[in-house]
Ligand binder design. Structure first.
Ligand SMILES: [Zn+2]
Length: 210
């Protein structure tokens, strides 16, 4: 089963990708990870990616897609894969189609912006040990203090409401049009993200088996 997981930043794609992978015994392929792998193992595309990164430039789509193509040719993708965080734009999706990568289903995890902002802006991390907390869902025993090591809890810049809103705007502009793109191909399944992660997983697995 060849899948794409689609969803706004903070919609819980990564967590669900892990569940799907262990359930169907297929690898999760996230672009960040495979670019790092390709750089390390020095594949042809890895070498090309490195030349862009060394020059302080973004790795262009064609190179990212080349790296994905190399990765999908590995034995562990024989029974399928989950693409997490790619494609992010219509041109990337078109390139994937042109390359002949067969996609069976695209699971879109839909979570309202307000919920994402609330979830992410409640996150706190310990400055000392990196333990994570949430003001609503996983409170420390003492406010502002790490229950594990007594360190100070801080909000990461990435979790600040303004940063989250900016990332959501980019998502709506560049990535969300993919919903229509895959709807037109008859591949889109939308799952409403639930407050409870396991509940979302249940809906997602039901959508995959449908
Ligand atoms: Zn700590």
């Amino acid at each position: 089963m060849n899948l794409i997981l689609l969803g706004a930043p903070g919609a819980g794609k990564g967590t669900q990708a892990e569940v799907v992978c262990s359930r169907f015994n297929i690898p999760a392929i996230s672009t960040g990870n495979i670019i790092r792998e390709a750089l390390k193992s020095g594949t042809e595309m890895g070498v090309r990616a490195k030349s862009f990164m060394d020059a302080g430039k973004l790795v262009p789509d064609e190179v990212v897609i080349g790296i994905i193509q190399e990765r999908l040719a590995n034995d562990d993708c024989k029974n399928g894969f989950v693409l997490d965080g790619f494609p992010r734009t219509i041109p990337q999706a078109e390139a994937l189609d042109k390359m002949g990568v067969r996609i069976d289903k695209v699971i879109n995890i839909e979570v309202p912006d307000e919920t994402i902002v609330q979830r992410m802006s409640g996150r706190r991390v310990c400055e000392s040990c990196g333990a994570s907390y949430h003001l609503l869902y996983k409170k420390p025993e003492v406010e502002g203090v790490c229950s594990k090591c007594g360190g100070t809890l801080v909000q990461r810049k990435d979790d600040h409401p303004d940063t989250v809103k900016e990332r959501l705007n980019v998502y709506h502009e560049q990535t969300e049009p993919l919903k229509d793109y895959y709807l037109n191909q008859g591949k889109l399944c939308t799952v409403e993200g639930q407050e409870d992660v396991e509940h979302t997983t249940k809906l997602l697995l039901a959508a995959l088996e449908a």
